[in-house]
Design a protein around this ligand. Sequence first.
Ligand SMILES: [Zn+2]
Length: 349
Amino acid sequence: MKEQFLVWFFKFKLINMKWILFYTLVITGAVLNSCGGREQEPDKEKIVIPEQQIPVTVPNFNADSAYFFVEQQVAFGPRVPGTEAHKKCANFLTTKLKSYTSDVIVQHGKTYAFNNKVLDVINIIASFQPEKENRILLCAHWDSRPFADHDPDEKNHNTPIDGANDGASGVGVLLEIARHLQQSETQLGIDIILFDVEDYGEPQGLQSDRDNTWALGSQYWSKNPHKDNYNARFGILLDMVGAKDATFTMEGTSMYFAPDIVKKVWDIAHKIGYKDYFLFEKTGGITDDHRYINLIRNIPTIDVIHYDASTSSGFFEHWHTIKDDISTIDKTTLKVVGHTVLTVIYSEK
Ligand SMILES: [Zn+2]
């Protein structure tokens, strides 16, 4: 993804909202094993919404499991479109999702890169309760960047990156969510889309004659959805959700298209204890997969993405460098994000 602060800056309205907290958290005593045969944490927790007096049971997100899914992707090597590692990882992700739902579509397409190279697009879509009309879209990109063009050492600028955080982290969280969706149903149908070719955008310092060179997989899907007239109540994109002590701000493109969804997710995150991660701070808009889902498909979609004010890019410190490897991944952050998204989707009626 790419910063787009100036383009969006003047478009945003400041929104003053009173954040209403309405959840009461009750942890149930039930201890069930969720993954790996250990009995550490309650498998489910019960949340009561006082306004409705309807308890919502949320499965317990397992960070070890999510971390393992990140490791497995990174082990293929950089998942750069057109490479063997990319192909193998696509097969891995497809097989894994098919173990959780019989409703998996692998969408193949072609797109043009910034340098006019034709790239194959492989978007992988897993649906849960496909018969339900009301749906939530969860997504992340699974490809990794072909060039470490922000690496401090110039000689690495053409080296592909592992993309442990930028790519694999969001997918790891979604695979763990998929594992729970197989076991207990949500009230709305859920679609998980793993987008390809997000991170093949034009390298730093190069001005190509093409526009919109980022998020090519989601652009393709937005123009060619896997089902005719596909719609969802809202969408949540996860990107760079694995670094230690990550902070997620209210990103400008999300606030422009879907402020209510940002509020919903941030409220829930605070209610379940993650105020240090989800900041009530508005930051500039970026180009990421959610931009095209909003613009082309009109599905209000937000980006949960790590913002770091101390870096010149605003992204996490190893963004688009060769250091975006498995050592950047922190289980607590995966848990924070996964638990929040699970609570959102199991609360929605
Ligand atoms: Zn990236």
